[in-house]
Design a binder for this molecule. Sequence first.
Ligand code: B16
Ligand code: MG
Length: 218
Amino acid sequence: MSVFPRPLDAVAFDLDGVLTDTARAHYRAWKRLADSLAIPFDEAANEALKGVDRMGSLALILGDRPGYDDARRADLAARKNDWYLEEIAHFGPADLFPGAREAVEECRAAGLKVALASASRNAPLLLARMEIDALFDVVVDPASVAAGKPAPDIFLAAAAAVGAAPARTLGVEDSQAGIVAIHAAGMPALGVGEPTALPDADHVIATIAEFRIADYLA
Ligand code: B16
Ligand code: MG
């Protein structure tokens, strides 16, 4: 039985892969790093990195290869981020997915609080460049939570920051790690993407253009 429709007070959106295609930019930057280290890395391997924070992603790429102490890892992560910043240097409102701004505006119009629950430390920069920063009541700082996705911390922080109960906060995610995090927080989970890649989501839409808050709100 579907968990929707249900009473909701808030929506916590993921950013990368939900509102904009930075997933591609992350992939290209990680691919550049992996190639420079002669570590095999492809789009299939990249799936596991989606939603996972920067150091966690690097750990997944390096695996158990020896010779990567903390200082080297910090250096590699900084290099990847520089390349990522190059990738998003020209981002603007046109880089929002079709329907992304409307999805957030619809939630606000329905009287719901809107939070951003992105693992990306670059999220505030991206929101500003895409000119949607003013639409969010709260942007959770991923550095402020103890554990990244798939831990529930960032979604719990998002709900708490807007004063909503987790069970009345809809989480919207494109990554399996994110769906696991949403459920661990006790929230209903809407997946955006390929249903087979998001088997645990309570419902999956192909893109954010399909998002209609009325489909989920009782
Ligand atoms: P940064 P999300 C996540 O954003 C990305 O999906 C993930 O690929 C990335 O490693 C992570 O942000 C950290 O990003 O290096 O910019 O801090 O999907 O949670 O919005
Ligand atoms: Mg994402």
